[in-house]
Design a protein. Structure first.
Length: 203
């Protein structure tokens, strides 16, 4: 599944072809400090290829719409980032006594998070917001999710600002995912989705 916005194309990963550009994302410590608890970065093209192949394999296996998209900047024709929909199965414990009905694949649609990884050279230009809004629209309009989550480290101010631009509401701290690291939890419900700024999206 591919999407197009004014400045971007969101498409499937091509591990062999995309690995060199993706090195700017996954071999940069400024990015990996937010992705990997250890901050370990990919040190070679081969490692990045393996990472991208994992993303492709996970997207292929998923039955609930979760996947990773490569984000291509149109005017330069290169990958500058990634947009991700991923499950957060541990979140069932955040609200004791409330366990929503699972969907195909065994994951609740209420516990799917949105995330993004962008090369530092593309920070500050609104690309992540533009791509994220596209995926938010897809999540509610096509996948018909009742709620979308986002988690981030308290000191990741860029991520916090982006999450807030998406219209997501702060829902407290959580240690229920990603190895127990204390994270800020945000949510956006389908009912509040009409507050999200719309970009022109072609499918």
């Amino acid at each position: 599944m591919q999407f197009e916005t004014e400045r971007l194309i969101l498409r499937a990963w091509h591990p062999n072809e995309d690995a060199r550009n993706a090195m700017d994302i996954y071999s940069d410590a400024r990015v990996m400090n937010w992705i990997e608890p250890s901050g370990v970065k990919d040190g070679s093209i081969r490692e990045v290829q393996r990472r991208l192949q994992r993303y492709v394999d996970q997207s292929t296996r998923a039955k609930n719409g979760t996947r990773s998209w490569a984000v291509v900047q149109k005017d330069i024709g290169r990958v500058i980032g990634a947009l991700v929909l991923a499950t957060l199965p541990d979140m069932a414990e955040v609200r004791p006594g409330h366990v929503p009905e699972p969907i195909e694949g065994g994951c609740s649609p209420e516990y799917i998070e949105i995330g993004w990884h962008f090369r530092p050279a593309s920070w500050g230009y609104g690309y992540a917001t533009e791509a994220a809004v596209c995926v938010v629209q897809h999540s509610f309009e096509t996948l018909e999710l009742p709620m979308l989550l986002a988690v981030t480290q308290p000191d990741n101010s860029r991520s916090v600002r982006l999450i807030e631009r998406l219209g997501m509401e702060y829902d407290g701290m959580t240690t229920r995912c990603y190895g127990g690291e204390p994270l800020l939890l945000y949510r956006l419900t389908a009912a509040a989705f009409d507050k999200v700024e719309r970009f022109s999206v072609e499918r």
